[in-house]
Design a protein around this ligand. Structure first.
Ligand SMILES: [Zn+2]
Length: 100
């Protein structure tokens, strides 16, 4: 076996992604739903709004690859979404809602 992490593109409902993502930066995470800061990477739910984290978006994949592999093994239901994709679509939706 030669297992590697490879990005796969999937057509997802962004409203669902937006409500259930843990955005993980350098040292701590942010809940994508309520923007609560300091969420631990192993949190299954947001400590503030209680949303279950179905997705994780790592800001820096290279740095966090070992963590990703560990989560991938331990929490098989969690899916990884690309941070850049997440931020781009979030920005587009925000712009669209402002423009009406
Ligand atoms: Zn939250």
């Amino acid at each position: 076996m030669a297992k590697q992490m490879i990005r796969i593109y999937q057509h997802l409902d962004f409203n669902d992604v937006k409500e259930h993502t843990l955005e993980y930066g350098v040292l701590a995470g942010i809940c994508s739903k309520c923007k609560c800061l300091d969420v631990k990477l192993d949190a299954l739910f947001c400590p503030s709004c209680g949303t279950p984290f179905k997705y994780i978006a790592f800001q820096n994949i290279r740095e966090h690859l070992p963590k990703m592999l560990k989560i991938n093994e331990e929490r098989t239901a969690v899916r990884f979404v690309d941070y850049q994709d997440f931020k781009r679509i979030e920005g587009e939706m925000k712009a669209r809602s402002i423009l009406g």
